[in-house]
Design a protein around this ligand. Structure first.
Ligand SMILES: Nc1ncnc2c1ncn2[C@@H]1O[C@H](COP(=O)(O)OP(=O)(O)OP(=O)(O)O)[C@@H](O)[C@H]1O
Length: 262
């Protein structure tokens, strides 16, 4: 279980997140929406341990989330972070080697063979079986995101953090990736936090949808107030008037159709 308790994040005078308190049970799929710059990525980075809270606490199973990324949480960014000079297989294996290297040094012999087998099985699972020997520049955008997902999953995280992972993909490829991520979520019993700009994607994938919004504005001091989670919705149980309000917050100019992906 993850507990977020009176969490604040400030960069200097810029208050980004303000007094957020939430509890997330294991296995939930939380999607995060909100206007650009309201702090969604910052929130994910705090869950990962890449950023620290200015005030308040983030607990995983009642213990503070470690101050740096560890094996319990994996992240996939929109701009994938794979190594260009390594093959697909090596990219996944190295994610595992990094995790162990601090304790055991470089992998070799039986241990390395075991990791290779695990990496190969995972690459099959994400649909990259035929591409294990290719290099990242030989892959399509969708394939690169599959690789980034495999890199995160090889470490067997309990919590998967996705920062607009499919934002740059074509609609058809996105639909395939949606299928994949739902399968992996169920199979690996992950708790997922996923940032998306696409409200319909948020509703389609999530069991719970959070809307980040700045409710107070001071024109003289734009950084004086941070965003809060103004709606915490259980997907499938949302009254239509609430839906309309959320659509307005997340897309003030151009209202989106919800449910088009179902
Ligand atoms: N390392 C940093 N130092 C200073 N300010 C930062 C830092 N990282 C983020 N910010 C600021 O925090 C605010 C929130 O940024 P963040 O990237 O979390 O927003 P976001 O909701 O994810 O935006 P988008 O939807 O455009 O990706 C912005 O004002 C940003 O400039």
């Amino acid at each position: 279980m993850i507990k977020i308790n009176k969490l604040w994040k400030e960069y200097g005078d810029n208050v980004v997140l303000e007094d957020i308190s939430k509890t997330v049970a294991d296995g939930e799929f939380v999607t995060l929406v909100g206007t650009s710059g309201c702090g969604k990525s910052t929130f994910l980075k705090m869950l990962l341990g890449m950023e620290t809270a200015s005030r308040g606490e983030l607990l995983i199973d009642d213990k503070p989330i470690p101050g740096e990324p560890d094996q319990s949480r994996g992240i996939v960014f929109q701009q994938y972070s794979v190594f260009p000079h390594l093959s697909v297989l090596e990219n996944v294996m190295i994610a595992r080697e990094f995790e162990r290297s601090a304790l055991l040094g470089k992998l070799f012999g039986v241990a390395k063979r075991k990791v290779r087998e695990e990496a190969q099985a995972l690459l099959e699972k994400v649909g990259l079986g035929p591409a294990v020997s290719k290099y990242p520049h030989e892959l399509s955008g969708g394939m690169r995101q599959r690789l980034a997902i495999a890199q995160a999953l090889i470490r067997k995280p309990r919590v998967l953090l996705l920062d607009e992972p499919f934002g740059a993909l074509d609609p058809g490829i996105r639909a395939d990736m949606h299928k994949l991520i739902l399968e992996l979520w169920r199979e690996h019993q992950l708790t997922v936090f996923m940032v998306t700009h696409d409200l319909s994607e948020g509703f389609y994938l999530g069991t719970r949808l959070w809307v980040f919004d700045k409710v107070r504005h001071d024109p003289q001091a734009p950084g004086a107030w941070g965003a809060k989670i103004t709606y915490d919705l259980t997907v499938g149980e949302i009254p239509s008037d609430t839906l309309a309000k959320v659509q307005k917050i997340t897309s003030p100019e151009e209202q989106q159709e919800v449910g088009e992906l179902t």
